[in-house]
Structure formats: C-alpha cells, structure tokens
Design a protein around this ligand. Structure first.
Ligand SMILES: O=CCCC(=O)O
Length: 524
C-alpha cells in the first residue's frame, strides 16, 4: 500500500506482515484481510490472516529465544529498552500518523499516545536492572533462605478484543466468531503494546503478541523500531488476524510453552480466555472493562472538575476503559456543572483526525456508532434528557457520533449499567456522601473511579470506601507509567506499569541452603 507508506517520513515503518523469529513474513496460508481508516472506510493496508500454524511458529520462536534473553544481565536488557524508547521519540510523528490512520483519534491525541507509549519503555528500561530477590533468616541455625525472582517464561500478549458486555449486543458487531470472541478495533494501538512489552522484556521474558487486526500498523512499526534498538530475533513475535482471532487466542491460551497471558479488553472475553488458560494453569494479567464513577462534591473546584470530566469522559471519543461512565454531581452544584460541561462540549470539533481543528475523531466502526445510538435511544425512552448531542453524524461518515450529555438519568438505563465506550456522559445528581458511595459501588466492575473535593478527610475516606482498583482525586488522569494500573472484581487482576508491573512477569523461586556456616561462637 504505497499511499500509506508515502505518508510517513520513514516509509520503512509501514509493515503489513507477521513478525516471527526476526523476519517479516506472510501468513502460511497467504490469506490477507483489509485494514481500513475509520474516518472514511478507505483501505489503508492489508494484514496476514494468521492461523494456528503461524501462532505455533511464533511460540516456537519465542521459546528458542528465551534462554539467551533471560540470561542477559538486566542492565543489558534495559539498555536495549532505553534505545527503543529513544527511537520511538525520534519517530513520534510517523507513529502518530499511523495511529490516526488506523484508529481515527485526533492527531494531537495520537501524539500524546506516542509519548505515553514511550514512557513505558523508558520506565521499564530503568526497572530492568532492579529486579531484586530476598534473603530470609531460616528457622534453623546454619540454614539460609534465598528468594530469586526469575522471568516467568514465554508470554502471550493479547490486546485486541474490546467491549461486548452482553449477548444481545454481540450481534450488533460486524464480526463475531462462533467461539464468542468479538473483535473490535483497539483503542491504544501503541501504548497497549509497550505497556505489556516493556515489563515482559525487562523481566527477561520472550513474547508472542496478538495485536488488534484492525490496528496492526502501529504495533509493527513499534516492533521494527525495537529490532533497530537491538531486540534479538525471536524475543518479540507477532501474529495478526481478523477472522481467525479466536483461533490464535485459543492456541496461545492452551499452549504449555506459554506461561502467562496478559490481556486487555472486555470482561466477557477475559473470562473466556481465563477458562481457556485453566488447562495449563497460566499466570493471568487481565485488564478488563470498567464502569467508572466520577463524583463531584459541592466543595470541589468546579473548573478542575469540568476539565477533568472532559478529559476522562471524552478522551479518544470515550473509547477507553478508564473513561468516566457514571457522573455524579452533588445537588447544589448540579445546574452549574451541567451548564459548564455543556459549554465545553459545545466547543468540541468532530471530524477527521488529520484535520487540525478536530478535537474528537470517529468511533471505531459503524457498528460502534450503532451501538452508541442504541444506548442513547434506550436512555431517552426511559426518561433521559439530551442536554447536548445525541445524534449520529452521517454527513461526516458512518462512524461519527456527537459528544452527548444526558440528564435525568435513572439506574435502569443501559448507559448506567454497561461500559459505554463512546462519547456519552450520563449525569446523576446526589444528596449525601453515603448515598453516592453506595451507588458508585453498585457495579460488578471495579477499575477506575474519580473524586472531586477540597476536603482532604473526605477524599481519604471516600477513596478507601470505593470498591475500585484505582481512585483519582481532583484529576481526570489516572494512567501513568509510574502508577499501578488495574482493576478488582470483574475488572480483572494483575497490574501494569510501575514496580508492580514487572512483578507480573516474574516468578518466585525459593532456594534453601544448608550448612551455610558453623554456628556462631559465643566468644565472637
Ligand atoms: O483503555 C484502557 C487504558 C486506558 C488508559 O490507560 O488510559
């Protein structure tokens, strides 16, 4: 696809193949699928439609590369990750172009994602040399317990499947396999990859990546930069697929060679992968769906709260797992908050991500826009009032939906009970702290949550009572390379980023040594 490559300063970053044992290869079957631009449906590339045989080759390659990679000193692996970080920064414009092309988000947003993605390589470059074990006094004299931290082995990193929360909804998606895995375009084509690859490689693991078939170009450009940074052949392997995604997932989960699966996507698919992994008792890192409460108390700084609502609700047009899903405003400030939020949303510019004026791009597929329209219609039928937005924008393209605020919200609405994954803000009013905590916790999900107040005691109290893996106080940004990211309850297990992120790629070995020394002489 010359036209896509020609949009890049470094056309070699455009790659439409699998990456196995240091070589860019087609699927064994030679089959391909189309990659399209969500802003206009234009075909921008093709991708190899991989199958079991391709995944098996990738697993073998990762297994063969493991002994040499894990034996390198952490400092050596860290230097390669550091060089990779530098190359990502040097090529940030091309990477952002690829993100906007295949994901649709506004170019400025895509540039922000590249920096975010790079930050994980930088962070884990620094962590690689600091994988500490422990020495523990034994209960018996003359013995010693040493605790070694070792790489867990070959890991399967799976980043594509997004948001199917109930069976009825599944049929609304364009592609739905008979194994129950719905495929969807991925929302962070760069950052989801480095958030997993950074700690895996730092720990000494080798990997097979199954990236989103809808957004393979960014992932492969990143891997090409990794290759240039010195990542040896076989340490990273990537197989992509669209129709065969479920087959690849099944091969990875049932493989005895793969010892850990890290997956970011919907709760439904996460549970499914967990079942598939049970036969081989893999370690699992699951970053699943959310239903984030965003709570604004009457003593909050309203400017801070409104700006945070814009960031946390409408980032990537609402298509992130930490986007606020249920917005709770204390009664006395409700009208003022709605007025300010409406004013800010009214200034958004919806359009093609490459248009400089664009603040918000399309949704990932026409099916996603259909689904959002269905959620809004359901809310209106149940008494919700549209304060702004509420419509599809066919004049812009079939994937566009207006940023929307809904008031007069009730707990029976789909927007309240499902992860929205689109630019729709349902807003409740509440009376008391106890009431809002209880309402917020009425969800199976437990990923991100947000609180706005100037009262430090209240902030501490409420953050302890909220049943979520992450609580953001007076900010709409919960993600950072230094901060452990992950959920509780049906939002998953394990943490990414931070010192905890590398722990997920390590296993603990106990070494008990006898006859360490002759017992101390009393005279010493
Ligand atoms: O969509 C999942 C990740 C979102 C984020 O880290 O901000």
């Amino acid at each position: 696809m010359a036209t896509t490559a020609s949009r890049l300063k470094q056309p070699s970053l455009f790659i439409d193949k699998n990456y196995i044992n240091g070589k860019w290869v087609d699927a064994v079957s030679g089959r391909q699928f189309k990659v399209t631009d969500p802003a206009n449906g234009n075909v921008i590339a093709s991708g190899p439609e991989s199958a079991r045989i391709d995944a098996e080759k990738a697993i073998q390659s990762a297994a063969a590369a493991l002994p040499a990679w894990r034996s390198r000193p952490g400092r050596n692996r860290g230097r390669i990750l550091r060089r990779w970080y530098e190359l990502v920064m040097e090529n940030k414009d091309d990477l952002a172009t690829l993100i906007t092309l295949e994901n649709g988000k506004a170019k400025a947003d895509a540039e922000g994602e590249v920096l975010f993605a790079a930050s994980f390589l930088e962070w884990f470059a620094e962590e690689a040399a600091r994988i500490y074990g422990d020495v523990i006094p034994h209960s018996q004299p003359g013995f010693r317990v040493s605790v070694l931290k070792e790489p867990i082995g070959v890991c399967g990193l799976v980043t594509p499947y997004v948001l199917i929360n109930n069976d009825d909804m599944a049929s609304m998606y364009e592609r739905f396999t008979d194994t129950g895995i719905a495929l969807f375009r991925w929302n962070f084509p760069a950052a989801m990859i480095t958030r997993k690859l950074g700690p895996a490689l730092a720990a000494g693991c080798t990997v097979v990546v199954k990236t989103a078939g809808e957004t393979p170009l960014t992932a492969h450009a990143l891997m090409h930069l990794g290759e240039r940074a010195g990542v040896p052949a076989g340490v990273i392997n990537s197989v992509i697929a669209l129709a065969n995604t479920a087959e690849i997932g099944q091969v990875l989960c049932s493989s005895d060679v793969i010892r850990k699966i890290s997956f970011t996507g919907s709760t439904r698919v996460g549970k499914f992968l967990m079942q598939q992994s049970s036969g081989t008792l893999k370690k699992l890192g699951l970053e699943l769906g959310g239903n984030a409460p965003f709570i604004v108390f009457e003593d909050a700084d309203l400017d801070v709260a409104v700006n945070a609502a814009i960031a946390s609700k409408f980032k990537s047009s609402g298509q992130t797992c930490v986007c606020s899903n249920r917005i709770f405003i204390q009664k006395s400030i409700y009208p003022e908050f709605i007025c300010r939020l409406k004013d800010a949303v009214g200034r958004f510019h919806l359009g093609n991500g490459f248009d400089e004026k664009t603040t918000h791009g399309p949704l990932v597929t026409p099916a996603a826009a259909n689904r959002i329209a269905g959620l809004v219609e359901d809310a209106v039928q149940r008494g919700g009032q549209i304060a702004i937005g509420g419509q599809r924008r066919p004049d812009l393209g079939s994937n566009f939906f207006e940023p929307t605020i809904i008031t007069n919200v009730s707990t029976d609405m789909r927007v309240v009970n499902e992860e929205i994954f689109g630019p729709v803000a349902p807003i409740f009013s509440f009376d008391t702290e106890d009431q809002v905590i209880s309402e917020s916790n009425k969800s199976d999900f437990g990923l991100a949550s947000y609180i706005f107040t100037r009262d430090v005691s209240r902030a501490n109290r409420v953050s302890e009572l909220l049943q979520f893996g992450m609580v953001a106080i007076n900010t709409g940004a919960v993600s950072d390379a230094a901060s452990p990211f992950g959920g509780i309850k049906h939002s998953g297990m394990g943490r990414e980023g931070s010192k905890y992120g590398i722990e997920d790629y390590l296993q603990t070995k106990t070494v008990v040594t006898g006859n360490v020394h002759v017992a101390h002489k009393a005279s010493l």
